[in-house]
Design a binder for this molecule. Structure first.
Ligand SMILES: *[C@@H]1O[C@H](CO)[C@@H](O)[C@H](O)[C@H]1NC(C)=O
Ligand SMILES: *[C@@H]1O[C@H](CO)[C@@H](O)[C@H](O)[C@H]1NC(C)=O
Ligand SMILES: *[C@@H]1O[C@H](CO)[C@@H](O)[C@H](O)[C@H]1NC(C)=O
Length: 363
């Protein structure tokens, strides 16, 4: 009589144990499957040579110094191969000296038009040319400059990308900025076909100092993150005037494709490599830590998803489903109540750290 309750207890206990182990087993199976990680595609790079004498900013880019500077690749659609190639060619050039960074662009365009005349208007509502600069490549504190064919400018400072809660500081002004536009054809005249417009920008280093943790002006071989983009709207002619076709989104043509329609992912921007060598004599050298930064950004994006559904950050690469990723075994993650730091040593020997707000850099 005494033995029977014991047996019953034992049966119940074993059942509970079985349920616990089954649940545990199912939970392990629930772990995200190891996703196939696409290979790292290095962003584009441009070697920026010295200007032998100061450049006159008049929108003409025919000085000898400009002639010696190489053209960039023609811009491509922001989504890469997913969209047809741009209808019209866009290319850029850069130069520098001790005082200034110079940028030139050439935009093929049969119908040059522009309407905005007030500084700091939302310029991409017109066709425009845009420059993005993140000198120390930490994804935070970067500058954006947009201008239209009327030479109207919009300069703004981003403390961090919008996706990380960053806000644009419109009141920020680029100290000493000078720009000019030259139209090869006629502005706002649909009677004829134009050839396009050229842009010339002079951006003093003094206006870039506050954005850089490194040397300003840069040193030979320094690399900065930079991006260029062109917004192009579909237009039609109504009553002798250009008018945007309603309901059509704009085209975004960029130097280095982002893969997604969001210029505010500085990790996908190109690189400008400053050089003191003779124009044309140096090859662009990719950032040795590029692949390391790439895996850390994969951790960052996986952590965002993980946090969205779990309200906490994962303590390991395993939990993020990134076990089979390159360098996965060497990535160290430390979490706090509100964030995390993921770190790994790059090919340069520096330990690179990324945070929950996308800030990245050597320790
Ligand atoms: C363009 O605008 C700037 C002010 O940013 C002005 O100094 C310059 O003269 C203008 N140049 C042309 C060619 O439109
Ligand atoms: C520039 O930014 C856009 C948007 O972030 C991106 O699509 C493009 O790939 C970036 N790179 C370059 C070099 O244009
Ligand atoms: C949430 O956490 C669980 C358990 O760690 C994990 O399996 C799941 O993938 C996480 N969700 C996301 C979206 O990462």
């Amino acid at each position: 009589m005494q033995k029977r309750p014991l047996l019953a207890v034992a049966v119940v206990l074993s059942f509970i144990l079985l349920v616990i182990s089954l649940t545990a087993l199912l939970q392990t199976k629930d772990h995200p499957p190891a996703v196939a990680i696409p290979p790292y595609v290095p962003p584009r790079g441009y070697v920026c040579y010295r200007a032998p004498q100061p450049i006159r900013i008049d929108g003409r880019i025919d000085e000898e110094a400009w002639q010696a500077a190489p053209w960039s690749e023609p811009f491509v659609d922001i989504e890469g191969d997913k969209q047809p190639p741009p209808r019209f060619r866009t290319r850029m050039k850069m130069l520098w000296d001790d005082e200034q960074l110079y940028i030139a662009a050439e935009l093929e365009e049969p119908h040059v038009w522009a309407t905005l005349t007030k500084h700091d208007s939302v310029i991409f509502q017109d066709d425009d040319f845009e420059v993005f600069l993140d000198p120390d490549g930490d994804n935070h504190l970067y500058a954006e400059l947009e201008l239209n064919a009327l030479n109207t400018t919009w300069d703004l400072l981003l403390t961090k990308p919008y996706k990380d809660g960053g806000k644009a500081i419109n009141a920020w002004e680029i100290t000493g900025l000078k720009s000019a536009v030259r139209i090869d054809g006629t502005l706002n005249d649909p009677q004829d076909n134009d050839r396009g417009w050229t842009v010339e920008i002079r951006w003093p280093w003094t206006g870039l100092k506050e954005l850089s943790g490194g040397a300003v002006p840069p040193k030979d071989q320094d690399r900065w993150r930079v991006n260029f983009s062109r917004v192009e709207w579909d237009t039609r002619v109504v009553g002798g005037k250009y008018e945007k076709v309603k309901g059509r989104p704009e085209h975004n043509w960029v130097w280095s494709p982002q893969g997604v329609i969001d210029m505010h992912r500085p990790e996908r921007w190109g690189y400008v490599q400053f050089s003191t060598a003779k124009p044309g004599s140096v090859a662009y050298e990719a950032d040795p830590d590029g692949p390391t930064r790439d895996v850390l950004h994969r951790v960052y994006y996986a952590q965002r998803d993980y946090h969205k559904s779990n309200a906490t950050y994962a303590k390991s690469v395993d939990l993020l489903g990134l076990k089979s990723m390159r360098l996965a075994d060497s990535i160290e993650i430390e979490t706090t109540k509100t964030g995390y730091e993921a770190a790994v040593k790059g090919a340069s020997g520096k330990r690179i750290v990324i945070r929950e707000d996308a800030r990245i850099g050597p320790e």
